[in-house]
Ligand binder design. Structure first.
Ligand code: 4NP
Length: 153
């Protein structure tokens, strides 16, 4: 099962989602079941580590983010089973790249009982509380996502 987390810049929300998903996968000893990556719809930050504010927020919760930003590529639509986006703008940008694969593209919150259909707000232009909020939200959602996707067929 291959999961791709997608946001705009791939330096705030999606690298954290990837890092938290990895943490939960490893905690549950499911690393042979899942693989994962993250990317952005834009290429402005390609090659960069996550934003220092996002890394610091993760590190104070013992999550180390080592991902280097990259832009989405067309092969991602074939490679991944789930392409999970943070907001409606991401959704529209991703689906526009390959409308025939829209069935693989969902809001990250689509599978979650409590957060269903909510967006993950972009913390980039705000203060520390936005980064803390995104951490709290993504920690819960990615943990529950591992359980949801791991249901026996
Ligand atoms: P992200 O946040 O999509 O969660 O990585 C952003 C990162 C960079 C920019 C906007 C949002 N930017 O405008 O450079």
């Amino acid at each position: 099962m291959k999961v791709l987390f997608i946001c705009l810049g791939n330096i705030c929300r999606s690298p954290l989602a990837e890092g938290l998903f990895a943490h939960h996968v490893n905690t549950l000893n499911l690393s042979d079941v899942f693989s994962y990556d993250s990317c952005g719809t834009g290429d402005w930050h390609a090659g960069e580590l996550a934003d220092p504010r996002m890394r610091k927020t993760a590190e104070k919760n013992d999550i180390v983010l080592t991902h280097r930003a990259r832009q989405i590529r067309l092969s991602d639509f074939d490679e991944f089973d789930h392409l999970l986006v943070m907001d409606h703008s991401n959704y529209n940008n991703v689906v526009a790249l390959n409308p025939a694969m829209a069935h693989k593209v969902n809001l990250l919150t689509y599978f979650h009982d409590t957060y269903k259909d909510q967006i993950v707000p972009d913390p980039y232009f705000g203060g520390q509380e936005g980064f803390d909020e995104v951490f709290h939200m993504l920690n819960i959602i990615t943990k529950d996502l591992v359980h949801f996707l791991h249901q026996p067929a």
